[in-house]
Design a binder for this molecule. Structure first.
Ligand code: SF4
Length: 336
C-alpha cells in the first residue's frame, strides 16, 4: 500500500522558502527550517540558491595570516590565543613585500579575493598604516580585499574604507546565549558594534560563525537568526566547522555529525538568499562527499590554499579536482 506523503512544504510556510530577502527572521522560523526533513531542506536551499546565483559557480578566496599568534583574547577554539599552549609561534606583522608576493601567487592560482588576518584584540592606529598599505597593494593587483583585525572604532573603519577595503571579517561565532561559553574577553555586543561601524563606513561585511563547539541546534538557530535579522545581511557568511586544535579548550569536543553542518549551510542559504555562503575552516577533515553536499546546500564560496591562518586547508589540487568532478567553475572565470 502506498504511504501518504504530505505536499511540500508542509511546514514552515512556503513564503519563508521563497528566496525573498527579509530581515525579520524570528528564532522560531529559523528553528523550523532546521527541523525540516533533510530532502525538503536541501531542495528549498537549492531553489533559493538558483534564484540568486548560478549554481555551478564558486567564489574562491585566499586567506593569509599577516600577524600570527599571541592574541590577548581567549576564544576557546583558537590556536592563536595567548591563553593556550598550542605550539603556534607568535610572529610580528608581515612586511608589505611578503604580503604582495603571497597575493600575487593567490591571484595566479585563481583567487578573486585576498583576505588578510591579524591576531589582534583591536588594531593600534600605527598598525593600520601598514595594513592600509597592504590593502592598496593587493587592490592594485586586481584582487578584492578583505581584512580581519579584531574590534574597530568608527574612525578606524573609515580609514580602512579610504584605503580601498572591500570586506571586513568579524564573526559573531555562535548564539548570544552560548557565546559566553566560548569567549569571555569581549562581549557579543562588542562584536555587533564593530559590525555596525564597518557597515556605517560603507565596507562590505563578512560575518558568520563556527559549528561543532558543543552548541545545541537551538544555538545554531540563534546564530543564523542573529545574522539574518541584521538590517543588511552580511555579504559573505562564512560557516566554519570547529578545527579541534590540541591545546585549546575545545580540543576534546566530540565531532559534529557532518549532516548537521550541511543543515547549517542550507539554513544560512535560505535565510540570506543573496549572500555568499562560505565553506570555511574544517574542510581539511571533510570528505569530498560532505563538501559536495555543502555546495548543493547553497555554499558558493570556499577558501583555497594550503593554509587557513594557522591550521591546514586542503591542498589546491584537491580543490581543483573536486570542482572538476562536480562540473563547477570559479566565479567570474573558468576553473582556476
Ligand atoms: S579568534 Fe581572533 S580574536 Fe579570538 S583569539 Fe583567535 S586571533 Fe584572537
Amino acid at each position: 500500500m502506498q504511504q501518504h506523503v504530505p505536499p511540500f512544504p508542509a511546514e514552515p510556510a512556503g513564503d519563508l522558502l521563497a528566496g525573498v530577502i527579509r530581515h525579520d527572521w524570528t528564532r522560531e522560523q529559523v528553528r523550523a527550517l532546521f527541523a525540516l526533513p533533510f530532502p525538503d531542506l536541501i531542495f528549498a536551499a537549492q531553489r533559493v540558491h538558483r534564484l540568486h546565483f548560478d549554481p555551478r559557480e564558486v567564489q574562491i578566496s585566499t586567506l593569509l595570516s599577516i600577524k600570527t599568534g599571541g592574541c590577548p583574547e581567549d576564544c576557546a577554539y583558537c590556536p592563536q590565543s595567548a591563553y593556550y599552549d598550542t605550539g603556534v609561534a607568535a610572529a610580528k606583522l608581515m612586511d608589505l613585500d611578503a604580503v604582495l608576493t603571497a597575493a600575487t601567487a593567490a591571484k595566479a592560482a585563481g583567487a578573486g579575493r585576498f583576505c588578510m588576518g591579524a591576531a589582534w584584540r583591536a588594531p593600534k592606529d600605527r598598525d593600520l598604516d601598514q595594513v592600509c598599505a597592504m590593502i592598496g597593494g593587493v587592490r592594485a593587483l586586481g584582487l578584492e580585499t578583505c581584512v580581519t583585525l579584531g574590534m574597530l572604532t568608527p574612525p578606524q573603519a573609515w580609514r580602512l574604507k579610504r584605503a580601498g577595503l572591500d570586506y571586513y571579517n568579524h564573526n559573531i561565532d555562535t548564539s548570544p546565549e552560548f557565546y559566553g561559553e566560548i569567549i569571555t574577553t569581549r562581549t557579543y555586543q562588542d562584536r555587533l558594534d564593530t559590525l555596525a561601524h564597518v557597515r556605517d563606513a560603507g565596507i562590505h561585511v563578512c560575518c558568520g560563525g563556527i559549528v561543532g563547539m558543543g552548541e545545541s541546534v537551538e544555538d545554531r538557530a540563534g546564530m543564523i537568526a542573529t545574522l539574518a535579522s541584521l538590517t543588511v545581511h552580511p555579504e559573505s557568511v562564512p560557516i566554519n566547522m570547529l578545527m579541534r586544535v590540541e591545546g585549546t579548550p575545545l580540543a576534546g569536543e566530540a565531532a559534529l555529525d557532518p549532516l548537521e553542518f550541511v543543515r547549517t549551510i542550507a539554513v544560512a542559504r535560505i535565510t540570506m538568499p543573496a549572500s555568499m555562503v562560505r565553506l570555511s575552516a574544517g574542510r581539511e577533515s571533510m570528505s569530498a562527499e560532505t563538501q559536495a553536499l555543502c555546495l548543493l546546500a547553497g555554499a558558493n564560496s570556499i577558501f583555497y590554499g594550503p593554509k587557513l591562518l594557522t591550521t591546514a586547508n586542503p591542498e589546491p589540487d584537491r580543490d581543483l579536482a573536486l570542482l572538476d568532478r562536480l562540473g563547477m567553475v570559479s566565479m567570474g572565470g573558468s576553473a582556476p
